[in-house]
Design a protein around this ligand. Structure first.
Ligand SMILES: [Zn+2]
Length: 257
């Protein structure tokens, strides 16, 4: 398999340098992964990068607006299906793809690996020892997580499975997958420890926890951080370590039933 990158011109706080649109090719057939936002110059850049390759499908990792909206317009122009794990705003897949299902191209096969957490529909795609992760794992920035229990399970699901390289949805290529996934897991455990400590010391709301735990982080990132803190608190509640009572979070002995 050959892999080429077309970087979308949508840099930002949540997108880093922009969305990575990956073109995977094997023999003369290709798949486009995460075509990105609907920006005419980006569409032109993808088409020119495709050259004479015969595209078989346009595939998205999840339906967020920085990954999926260009999928259907591009697929229509190429006369191929837009494929994704779920519909979303601005994205109506022609074909849904579930865990374990695959798309063949040339002599290769792209296999879906459901990795919920960032979003319920987040899906990675494996081709041999390479994994295309969307926002499940991003080069150089912290992932916003909707469901922390799912997310931690989905991190473990991509560790120790013989990967050589990760092509993330944003940021640089990752050449030591197991070490980086291990770092992600320890970062989450550390955050969880800090959040539990904050609740035990009296921080009763998501906002109060963010102020305490993310004090050293750019305030512009406090809103996405709040999403992850909320997800951490719900996981800690599932684990029986905190409770939501009378409009506030509490931890420690008073959290016991
Ligand atoms: Zn993204």
């Amino acid at each position: 398999m050959n892999v080429a990158l077309v970087l979308a011109p949508n840099p930002g706080l949540m997108t880093g340098p922009g969305t990575n649109t990956w073109i995977l090719s094997s023999d003369d057939e290709a798949i486009v992964v995460d075509p990105g936002p609907e920006i005419p110059e980006h569409l032109a850049a993808i088409e020119s990068a495709l050259g004479g390759l015969g595209v078989v499908a346009v595939v998205v990792t999840h339906s967020h607006p920085d990954h999926a909206p260009l999928a259907s317009p591009l697929a229509r122009r190429l006369g191929v299906p837009a494929v994704g794990p779920a519909p979303g705003p601005g994205f109506r897949p022609d074909r849904l793809i579930a865990d374990g299902e695959s798309v063949g191209f040339g002599g290769s096969r792209l296999v879906a690996l459901a990795t919920p957490g960032h979003t319920p529909d987040s899906t990675c795609y494996r081709v041999d020892d390479a994994l295309f992760t969307g926002d499940h794992i991003m080069g150089g920035s912290t992932v916003m997580v909707e469901d922390m229990g799912d997310y931690v399970r989905s991190l473990r699901a991509v560790q120790g499975i013989g990967l050589r390289v990760i092509y993330p949805g944003h940021g640089p290529i990752i050449t030591e997958p197991d070490r980086v996934v291990g770092d992600y897991l320890s970062h989450r455990l550390e955050r969880e420890r800090q959040i539990l400590a904050a609740v035990r010391s009296g921080a009763a709301t998501v906002g109060a926890v963010v102020q305490q735990v993310y004090a050293d982080v750019d305030p512009a990132l406090h809103l996405p951080a709040a999403v992850s803190v909320d997800a951490h608190l719900r996981k800690l509640a599932d684990d029986g370590l905190v409770r939501y009572r009378g409009g506030g979070w509490m931890g420690g002995v008073e959290a016991l039933p």
